[in-house]
Design a protein around this ligand. Structure first.
Ligand SMILES: Nc1nc2c(ncn2[C@@H]2O[C@H](COP(=O)(O)OP(=O)(O)OP(=O)(O)O)[C@@H](O)[C@H]2O)c(=O)[nH]1
Ligand SMILES: [Mg+2]
Length: 229
């Protein structure tokens, strides 16, 4: 018999998960995961989202790095949020293990943030940079963004994988570099559509002012839907 893993309090995937929200999404913050290959622009996206949304939302961030806390330090150095709103998880293992298989350290980090700086509207969780197969457990995040970049080659959407094909939002970043690396954005758009069907894809350059705007618009839409769920 099929069972929703959220039903099982002993399930290691969801231990500590507060479960679905109360009507109006008031019980806890919306959790959005950002995954994608090394260097595609996940931290840059988190930083830009924080700068754009911090005036309108109560935000917090959890970063994951394998051996360091470098991404959290970057966000702290650039003061994108107050320091108490940024937590680093040092995974010490393959990044996708900590976001998919044993999510306890990340869940603990989110719950600690909710307890210390809450109530929060939104928690962004950045995965360590990984390959095309990384995905977040649905017990950890409510929605996931997969960030790729044009410098990896315009073949990446065609190669598929769960992040490219099934993420709730595919971000194709660094469009400013397309002419320099010979990436055809039209090909990337066509292949992304073929892999994703109706799921949304946005193209952006975080090197441009307000370049994160299409991602922020999508986050606002998700949050509005969460609040009325
Ligand atoms: N030209 C250009 N550079 C970018 C853009 N977005 C990010 N970068 C640069 O790309 C590099 C990697 O960006 P990060 O945000 O650290 O990438 P990441 O995905 O978080 O990397 P890991 O966490 O190490 O996997 C940095 O030097 C950024 O400044 C963009 O749109 N255009
Ligand atoms: Mg990063």
């Amino acid at each position: 018999m099929h069972r929703d893993h959220r039903d099982d309090p002993a399930d290691p995937l969801t231990a500590g998960d507060p479960g679905p929200p109360a009507p109006g999404g008031a019980r806890r913050a919306l959790r959005i995961g950002l995954g994608g290959p090394v260097g595609s622009g996940k931290t840059a996206t988190v930083a830009a989202l924080c700068r754009l949304l911090r005036g309108e939302l109560s935000l917090a961030v959890v970063t994951n790095d394998i051996y360091t806390t470098e991404d959290a330090e970057f966000l702290l150095r650039h003061a994108v949020l107050a320091p108490e709103r940024i937590t680093a998880v040092e995974t010490g293992c393959c990044p996708h293990t900590a976001i998919r298989d044993d999510i306890s350290a990340n869940l603990e980090a989110v719950e600690e943030l909710e307890a210390t700086v809450g109530p929060l509207d939104l928690v962004l969780l950045e995965s360590g940079g990984d390959n095309l197969t990384a995905t977040f457990s649905r017990g950890l995040v409510d929605a996931q963004i997969f960030v790729i970049d044009v410098a990896g080659g315009d073949k990446i959407p065609r190669k598929g994988g769960p992040g490219v094909s099934n993420s709730d939002l595919l971000v194709v970043n660094k469009t400013d570099l397309a002419p320099l690396v010979g990436a055809d954005l039209g090909v990337m758009a066509r292949d992304a559509k073929a892999q994703r069907g109706a799921l949304p894809t946005v193209f952006c350059s975080l090197a441009a002012p307000e370049g994160v705007a299409p991602v922020a618009d999508w986050v606002r839409e998700r949050l509005a839907a969460w609040r009325t769920a």
